[in-house]
Write a protein of this length. Structure first.
Length: 316
């Protein structure tokens, strides 16, 4: 079985051709808030496409926010608009702070970061008053809560409200998993318990098995080369891969988070030596590598190519 023909261009800007993200980018480029309003209103409140779109629109507004203020002026109680505004606030705040280590962020950056994020609670209050059943503003608030350093009790209260409205939200559960990491506001035991609890109740095709693969990569992967080889060839990691493969097979091909799961599978299968199986995931991904864990490599595109070429060669 030969590798598919590929161009030399690898796209680092996206995890894949995700319809919701592409629609959001097109509407933002056109400054068409009316189209945004109608499109988001047409989606089920807990739809993963809706979360993907409000996140993408928030990021776009951080670069040019004129259409967002027009939208809010015309529809101040529209919870979709308010969810976009919340994501916008988070995106602006992190742009100020930057992704640098805490000791490399100066006092002014920290102050502006916190001051910007404090607006999120005001926006959330407006959204909750307008429609308390809408999960989108609550999910958007998760990123602000992490930046503001909410306590575990405060954060779990927010999670409880989200789970009542969107129990299988990939976006929400991924944000919570990262909040509960030892480096942020949790511990190894806490994050492991959270992830396994989520997966115990998740339906097939939710793509949520990506959370386990990410957690294992971040928290259980040894630092030494020999240890990593044993880790990638070990039972726990390979059982996680098997569960992820089954999850991906059961997912709607249009699921906006399926590409994220496939990236974790492609990377894990490459590292574990299951190259022919990795080729299946790489074929499904095409030339996109704008996702973790490739994002964490110094040579993102080069590593993606290396892994893909090895898997294609093994597949024959």
């Amino acid at each position: 079985m030969t590798a598919p023909a590929t161009t030399n261009r690898i796209d680092e800007s996206s995890a894949g051709p995700i319809r919701a993200e592409r629609e959001a980018a097109a509407m933002a480029a056109a400054h068409d808030w009316r189209a945004m309003s109608a499109r988001l209103a047409s989606m089920p409140p807990a739809a993963e496409d809706r979360s993907a779109m409000t996140t993408k629109l928030g990021d776009a507004a951080a670069k040019d926010d004129r259409w967002l203020w027009d939208w809010l002026a015309h529809e101040p109680a529209n919870t979709s608009a308010l969810a976009v505004q919340l994501n916008y606030v988070v995106s602006v705040a992190w742009a100020v702070r930057t992704a640098a280590q805490a000791d490399q962020v100066n006092h002014e950056q920290r102050q502006t970061f916190a001051r910007t994020l404090r607006n999120a609670k005001i926006i959330l209050a407006r959204a909750t008053a307008a429609d308390p059943s809408d999960p989108a503003p609550l999910i958007a608030m998760q990123s602000a809560a992490m930046g503001l350093g909410w306590t575990n009790d405060e954060y779990r209260e927010l999670l409880g409200k989200i789970r009542e409205r969107a129990p299988y939200s990939f976006t929400s559960h991924q944000r919570a998993m990262r909040y509960f990491l030892p480096r942020w506001f949790g511990s190894l035991e806490t994050v492991e318990r959270y992830v396994e609890g989520v997966l115990a109740g998740a339906p097939p095709g939710s793509a949520l098995t990506a959370l386990r693969l990410e957690m294992l990569y971040l928290e259980f992967r040894p630092k030494d080369e020999a240890g990593r080889t044993r880790f990638y060839r070990g039972a726990r990691f390979n059982q996680a891969l098997d569960a992820g493969i089954a999850d991906a097979a059961a997912a709607d091909p249009a699921h906006p988070k399926l590409p994220y799961l496939r990236h974790w599978l492609a990377h894990g299968l490459w590292q574990s030596g299951r190259l022919a199986e990795g080729a299946v995931q790489f074929r499904a991904l095409g030339n996109y590598c704008g996702a973790d864990p490739w994002n964490w490599y110094g040579d993102q595109t080069g590593t993606f190519r290396e892994a893909r070429d090895a898997c294609y060669a093994a597949a024959g």
